[in-house]
Design a protein around this ligand. Structure first.
Ligand code: URA
Length: 198
């Protein structure tokens, strides 16, 4: 086990017993799993979604339902293997009825995401949806240029980390394309930028 494996496993163990989370009781009552993240611990690209849905909470795997199918297709379209990237969410437990994450949930789980980024040290952070975009832009001091996702999707921003610079690329959330098919073409076009960084 590498040092990265060990540090990421620590996160998993801490989230498992995170009784202070407003979602802990909902998880344990439903025998759900927390969804910590999946993929390469050496990944150059980390994808960050919002929160697990039902399929994810039942399996403990991120993006394994219908949004995951769209993400898989987008990755395949730009020749990226899912196993070469790391996929996670800001919120690690399923919110009731798939509602949007609440600020207090983002506050509880955000520090775990921060640690995952510090451990994996990606070159690219690809945010999926407006919540992860907002969180990451703020984290990297880019709040001033934060705009609606309709204006920022597909743009590349630079953030500074303790290990050097990181490129931040906001994407629409793949689930949005389930209800609005025109977003698929926009997502495909935006994902094309990742070919440069594979
Ligand atoms: N939507 C997300 O934001 N994350 C998942 O893991 C699944 C669906």
């Amino acid at each position: 086990m590498t040092e990265r494996d060990r540090l990421l496993k620590e996160i998993k163990e801490e989230v498992l017993v995170l009784k202070e989370s407003p979602l802990y009781l909902f998880r344990t009552t439903n025998k759900y799993f927390p969804v910590i993240g999946e993929g390469s611990h050496e990944a150059k690209i980390v994808f960050i979604g919002e929160a697990p849905g039902r399929n994810e909470a039942k399996t403990g795997r991120p993006f394994c339902g219908s949004a995951g199918k769209i993400l898989d297709d987008l990755l395949a379209g730009v020749g990226i293997n899912r196993s070469d990237v790391y996929i996670t969410n800001i919120v690690k437990d399923r919110p009731q009825n798939n509602r949007d994450p609440l600020p207090e949930e983002i506050a509880v789980y955000g520090p775990f995401l921060d640690r995952q980024i510090d451990i994996i040290q990606p070159k690219i952070i690809a945010t999926l949806g407006r919540y992860s975009m907002g969180y990451i832009m703020e984290k990297f001091g880019l709040s001033d240029i934060l705009r609606p996702i309709s204006e920022l999707h597909g743009e590349v921003f630079e953030g500074k980390t303790s290990y050097g610079s990181v490129l931040i690329i906001p994407f629409y959330h793949p689930a949005a394309a389930i209800y609005n098919r025109s977003l698929i073409e926009i997502l495909k076009k935006d994902f094309a930028i990742l070919k440069k960084y594979r």
